[in-house]
Design a protein around this ligand. Structure first.
Ligand code: PLP
Length: 355
């Protein structure tokens, strides 16, 4: 015991995602199962020269273009680019959280919220789902008090794809303001769900919207997230961030992508068709399936969900997500993608899920 370890870090128990996923059929982590068009990727790769790789990242040119791409009056000074939205979450919790004080999130939710609370010594205040998998906004409001520093809403939520209304969000922002808290609206699954709360990040001084390039934009490997908010909030996040955070390859891919609205529209259309297709096929076969607003659905298999997920992986190289959480233990979560990729999943699923 000859060295000091931060107590919060020491006491945090992490479970990292499994590896060896290349070449498998991936419906477990809400990535695009197929990725971007190959000719687009090849074109961008041609721009990666020895000179390009030798230079430290310069995010500003991309951010200026991205501000225009977002619309809603977003300007360069409303944006900061980070190493995945994972890193935005860390910076926001580090910057606006206070040791021992509350971070309100629904539960279950994206795990990096509680993980960062644990690492940073913030008090995670989980608001549980109702038994019918809806979220009570009154419960969220009830959890916000003088000790709250941050309230997190995921829209749509992960793992359950619920969405909020303007009225819900306005109530949360108002309550957070009363107690001096920041509201984070994580829009990782935007584009699968058209509704955005970005206008609130522009009009309010305590709202931060998070976006990622890992989901619809299909470059999870590159790691690019964006925090969007009032210039003063962005200034504080920039104070806390690493000098070089989002890398040049991510920034280049993202810049070329937003220059191609045709590709972005295609990605949206392909996923929509695929989701409608899988829901229809599951319904035809008598399955209970819940299609939320993200690029994922929940299916209740005939078999035990965990055992089925194991069998799908071992026998068919198909990866899906199964949960220990009591609310979700009877379901598998399946990432949605093109019609073709949904057929690949369905073929294995129908074979495996027989009693
Ligand atoms: C709600 C939510 N936020 C943030 C993230 C992190 O995304 P990334 O770090 O890849 O940008 C995820 C990833 O699954 C997510 O589901």
């Amino acid at each position: 015991m000859g060295y000091y370890v931060d107590e919060h870090v020491k006491n945090t128990e992490r479970v990292f995602p499994g590896q060896g996923r290349y070449g498998k059929k991936r419906y477990d982590m809400n990535e695009n199962p197929e990725g971007l068009p190959k000719e687009f990727v090849d074109g961008v790769l041609k721009e990666i020269t020895p000179e390009f790789l030798s230079i430290y990242p310069e995010p500003d040119r991309f951010l200026r273009k991205y501000a225009e791409f977002l619309g809603c009056g977003v300007k360069f000074e409303n944006l900061v680019a980070t190493n995945g939205s994972d890193m935005s979450i860390r910076y926001v919790l580090e910057t606006f959280g206070e040791e021992g004080k509350g971070v309100v999130t629904v539960s279950p939710s994206f795990e990096m919220y509680w993980v960062n609370c644990s690492i940073l010594g913030l008090k995670h205040v989980p608001v549980t789902y109702e038994d019918d998998m809806t979220i009570s906004i009154d419960k969220i409001l009830g959890a916000i008090d003088e000790d709250t520093r941050i309230v997190v809403l995921l829209n749509p939520n992960n793992p359950i794809g619920n969405v909020y209304t303007d009225d819900d969000v306005e109530k949360v922002i108002a309550k957070a303001k009363e107690v001096g808290a920041i509201v984070v609206i994580d829009e990782a699954y935007h584009y699968f769900c058209e509704k955005t709360f970005l206008p609130y990040a522009m009009s309010e001084d305590n709202v931060i919207v998070l976006r990622t390039f890992s989901k619809l934009m299909s470059i999870a490997a590159c790691r690019l997230g964006i925090a969007i908010g009032h210039p003063q909030l962005i200034h504080y996040i920039k104070n806390s961030k690493l000098t070089f955070d989002a890398n040049s390859i991510a920034l280049l891919f993202a810049e070329r992508l937003i220059e191609r609205p045709d590709i972005v529209e295609d990605l949206i259309k392909i996923e929509k068709e695929g989701k409608a297709h899988i829901l229809k096929r599951l319904d035809e076969e008598g399955y209970e399936a819940r299609g939320g607003q993200g690029n994922f659905i929940f299916v209740k298999p005939k078999k035990n969900a965990k055992e089925l997920a194991k069998e799908l992986e071992e026998k068919y190289d198909v990866l899906v997500h199964a949960y220990g959480n009591p609310l979700l233990k009877d379901f598998i979560r399946v990432t949605t993608g093109s019609k073709e990729s949904m057929d690949v999943f369905l073929e294995a699923f129908f074979k495996a899920d027989t009693l």
